[in-house]
Design a protein around this ligand. Structure first.
Ligand code: 5GP
Ligand code: MN
Ligand code: MN
Ligand code: MN
Length: 282
């Protein structure tokens, strides 16, 4: 049995944000969530790197998923993930633009088929047994009338904005599936194109990237700092309200940063969690 992923989140006073900079790991029982500060607050539930595993997810208004939806992006992999996401009860009422913001999801380096320019030459490395996968049924799961009816918004280097009835405000979200080059998986970028790619990120309330910025939850079990320096350098300019990323599984966690004073910031270093199950690397 795979270990159930931890629910890492923040423990802080949400009204005063009185402990910026503190990292807290909190294991929520999805059935017993802390109350919202007020009815009109929006609860974002952040997950990543689920790799075609399914598990109970805390209820909330908006679910954000920052990539590695699957193991290797086969049709059965996507089917498992997307049917699970469809089944989640996040209740959002759409008011404007005819968009459904329940889920914003991005791909990751394991979602091979979603990077067709790369997959067209690389598929035999991964799918010699399954055969080359057809993108059409995958896109039907991700971006069809059915997925839209379940509130799925699939972001690949683009923005989306939505308005929730509960809080009456617009939220903008930008999602990018890329991560720094490692082993020539999908959506890998070299240092030479990082700045160009990241310079295109707009200012946004919510930023989803698959990979971490340098120095922030980016230390691997082997002690490498795997985050992207160009992304880290851009953050003080973008100042997102939420930046969700995944990719380095052992670097999970959350913390609050205040953008008010310094131009750059020193996030706290974290202890690396070495309890990654053996099959987490695939
Ligand atoms: P995934 O294969 O799901 O993208 O990443 C799984 C694990 O591979 C991460 O938790 C991390 O241990 C390792 N990994 C992924 N990308 C990198 C990288 O760029 N550098 C290093 N050293 N390890 C990585
Ligand atoms: Mn992953
Ligand atoms: Mn990854
Ligand atoms: Mn892997």
């Amino acid at each position: 049995m795979p270990r159930q992923p931890d629910f890492a989140s923040l423990e802080y006073d949400p009204i005063t944000l009185k402990s910026p900079g503190e990292i807290v790991y909190l294991e929520y029982n999805p059935a017993e969530l802390p109350p919202k500060p007020a009815e009109d607050w929006t609860r974002f539930v952040c997950i990543s790197d689920t790799h075609s595993r399914t598990f109970p997810v805390p209820d909330g208004d908006v679910l954000l998923h920052s990539g590695d939806l699957t193991n290797t992006g086969t049709v059965p992999d996507f089917s498992v993930t997307m049917k699970w996401l469809y089944s989640l009860p996040h209740k959002v009422k759409i008011l404007l633009f005819n968009v459904s913001p329940v889920f914003s999801i991005i791909a990751g380096n394991h979602d091979l088929t979603l990077h067709p320019e790369w997959y067209d030459t690389q598929w035999p490395r991964f799918h010699s047994h399954h055969g080359k996968q057809n993108l059409k049924p995958i896109m039907d799961l991700l971006a069809s009338q059915e997925s839209a009816a379940h509130g799925i918004v699939y972001l690949k280097d683009r923005s989306h904005s939505f308005k929730l009835k509960e809080d009456g405000r617009f939220w903008s979200v930008y999602g990018s599936p890329w991560s720094p080059y490692f082993g020539n998986w999908a959506f890998n970028y070299g240092g030479d194109v990082a700045e160009d790619l990241i310079s295109k990120f707009p200012k946004t309330d919510i930023l989803l990237t698959h990979g971490p910025p340098a120095g922030i939850f980016d230390k691997t079990m082997r002690g490498d700092d795997a985050g992207c320096t160009a992304l880290r350098a851009r953050l003080p300019e973008l100042r997102p309200r939420i930046h969700l990323f995944g990719h380095i599984h052992e670097g999970h966690g959350a913390y609050i940063h205040r953008w008010d004073s310094a131009n750059d910031f020193e996030p706290p270093r974290v202890q690396v969690d070495d309890e990654i199950p053996d099959d987490a690397r695939d």
